[in-house]
Design a protein around this ligand. Sequence first.
Ligand code: GLN
Length: 195
Amino acid sequence: MIVIGILDLQGAVSEHYDITKKAIENLNIEAEVKPVRYKDEIKECNGIIISGGESTVIGKIIYEREIDKVIKENQIPVFGTCAGMVLLAKKTDFNQNLLEIMDIEVLRNAYGRQVDSFESEIQFLDRNFLGVFIRAPSLKTYDSSKRDIKILSKLDSKIIAIQQGHNIAISFHPELTEDTFIHEYFIKEVLKCVE
Ligand code: GLN
């Protein structure tokens, strides 16, 4: 039995909750999904999902509640979407609290403002997927000397999904689609850690 926690501080939490439940059903595994807010709850999770929202706000609360420490100490796999991707980075173009778990540098709002939001057919690995981009970040650089880094998706020349170890950062919003593929992909990564 694994537990997937949806970090419930700010942002699109309920959408992630619903799609993670569906992904678990599709995989037909013993797993629980629950919204989590404090470090003691997070310690009990096998994987954490960080939603889109406002990364400065989420990052501030993460630090106040020492959630970063618990995630790092227990090496809990993290799946971050949009603001979640920003939070996984070592560095962004803004001065803000970050988890600094992945060796990536991220550019916030790389596609413009809220009104510039768009949808696009993308390829995630070898699978077609609908990318929903809302004030989305993109990847500026990654540490190519790290052998555990894998590019999962690109749009034009920009990297929009990347994995390092069991952590996954993507700039779009799979939780706003009906497609559970990427959530299933993350859950399978989490399963590898508990085997
Ligand atoms: N631009 C936001 C940030 O950097 C992320 C937007 C989103 O999550 N939809 O925090």
